[in-house]
Design a binder for this molecule. Structure first.
Ligand SMILES: NC(=O)c1ccc[n+]([C@@H]2O[C@H](COP(=O)([O-])OP(=O)(O)OC[C@H]3O[C@@H](n4cnc5c(N)ncnc54)[C@H](O)[C@@H]3O)[C@@H](O)[C@H]2O)c1
Length: 441
């Protein structure tokens, strides 16, 4: 099939590469010329395990092209996939400017039947809006090519995006015509050989499915975090509680790990957008409003506990941060808890030293002009530090050399936002160890 993907971010690039990997002819379009030049040189603009190899092999096999020329892409492809960003606007709603720009350029250029697929996370009603834009332009141009609008929300997880894309847990397709349904079924057939579900529905429900999925996951996280704060006060251990409730099949063991709150490019903005969608329909999203404030509270609480440990203030104290990415396996720092925690420490005049295996460049750009140092080895970060703060659960942090940590730190103090370490072990080693929702050691 001939496919063009608009937007070569975390979703568009991975999607384009995976469709090419299945033998399709793919054109990836972006307005960012620097990104496109790098991609044509075989350099991925993002860190995602397995992505570099797939870009290289598909470029070599000439199954994928990278361009800024959207007209050429529209003319050469039957399926046009919109995967541009939908960040939060100032009022919390999804900023639809990029999606609508792509829709406009498709509408003004298309010269035959096309399927226009929205993979970006978009408010319910966007498919309808894109349809109206295209109809309006086709009428103006006095032409009448048929076209179909499809909503095909993306569920990949950063850090394992290639695997998720090649073997999706399910594919959701919202469409109105048999023709679009058939083409989308054919497109995804090679990805669903394992029998996972291809779920078709109407466009509005597909658009809503994506928001509902993210809101449900964010809710699980915030609820567990709320329990964790109470556990700390009452002397219970949230990890025992987690095992206790996760074994109930109605609750399940996934996504109930306590921590310092969700971050990333999706949950925060999608929860906000859903609250806004409710507001526009005069339906108050009470639970989601709490989910959002509980998430912020969790970050603030963690920071407060660190500050409390230094009654004379943090001025001049060196604090080591392990991990700035919002989760392991990615260099994405959008809305990462680390950003609030580091900002709070800097505000308290602490000296901040950061190690992250892949996200330092992004964090350094974010904190440019601020007094913060990045190092290339996790142990270099803690040398002479007054405390170690674990923020992202990278694998290399899970079984570190504790004797070395103790020797390098000025005082054996660890704040662990991800509950990586064994309480008994930490006690025996003589650490002050503050984790999430577990007894203080
Ligand atoms: N990141 C994720 O894990 C994830 C998962 C599922 C769904 N989503 C959704 O997918 C969408 C994309 O997310 P992302 O993280 O890949 O975004 P991103 O910010 O990483 O990338 C968006 C890209 O679109 C490009 N762009 C903007 N306007 C364009 C235009 N007119 N033509 C071509 N390219 C244009 C930008 O230059 C950028 O490279 C969002 O709606 C997001 O909510 C993201």
């Amino acid at each position: 099939m001939t496919i063009s993907v608009f937007g070569t971010g975390y979703v568009g690039l991975v999607t384009g590469v995976c469709f090419a990997e299945m033998g399709n002819d793919v054109i990836c379009v972006d307005i960012d010329e620097k990104k496109i030049n790098r991609l044509n040189a075989g350099i991925s603009p993002i860190y995602e395990p397995g992505l570099d190899e797939l870009i290289e092999s598909n470029l070599k096999e000439k199954r994928i092209q990278f361009t800024t020329d959207s007209d050429k892409a529209i003319a050469s492809s039957d399926i046009l996939i919109i995967a541009v960003g939908t960040p939060s606007d100032v009022d919390g709603s999804a900023d639809m400017r990029y999606v609508l720009q792509v829709a406009e350029s498709i509408a003004t250029t298309m010269d035959r039947y096309k399927i226009i697929v929205t993979k970006s996370t978009v408010p319910v009603g966007t498919g309808k809006k894109i349809k109206e834009i295209i109809e309006k332009h086709l009428n103006r141009r006095n032409t009448n090519f048929g076209f179909d609008i499809v909503s095909n929300p993306e569920f990949l997880r950063e850090g394992c995006a290639i695997e998720d894309c090649l073997k999706p847990s399910r594919v959701v397709v919202g469409c109105e015509s048999e023709r679009a349904k058939e083409i989308m079924t054919r497109l995804y057939e090679p990805f669903l050989k394992n029998g996972n579900a291809h779920i078709t529905m109407d466009i509005a429900s597909a658009e809503m499915t994506k928001y509902a999925a993210n809101a449900m996951l964010a809710t699980k996280i915030s609820l567990m975090n709320e329990f964790s704060r109470l556990c700390e006060k009452l002397g219970a251990d949230i990890e025992n509680v987690r095992r206790g409730i996760g074994s109930d099949f109605r609750i399940g063991p996934h996504f109930i790990f306590p921590g310092i709150g969700y971050g990333g490019s999706c949950f925060p903005k999608d929860v906000k957008a859903l609250i806004k969608m409710g507001e526009q329909q005069d339906e108050k999203m009470e639970i989601l409003q709490s989910v959002e404030s509980a998430n912020q509270l969790q970050r603030n609480n963690f920071l407060k506990n660190i500050i409390k440990k230094f009654p004379n203030g943090l001025k001049g104290e060196r604090i080591a941060i392990w991990g700035v990415a919002f989760k392991p396996g990615t260099d994405d720092i959008r809305e990462a808890p680390s950003l609030d925690i580091i900002a709070g420490l800097l505000k308290a005049e602490a000296e901040v030293i950061v190690f992250d295996p892949v996200a330092s460049e992004a964090a350094s750009a974010y904190f440019s002009n601020q007094k913060i140092k990045f190092v290339e080895n996790q142990y270099d970060a803690i040398e002479g530090a007054s405390a170690l703060v674990v923020v992202t659960e990278w694998k290399s942090f899970k079984e570190p050399n504790f004797e070395k940590i103790k020797k390098l730190l000025k005082a054996p103090i660890i704040f662990d936002g991800r509950n990586l370490f064994n309480l008994k072990n930490m006690k025996e080693l003589g650490f002050f160890y503050h984790s999430i929702g577990r007894p203080l050691v």
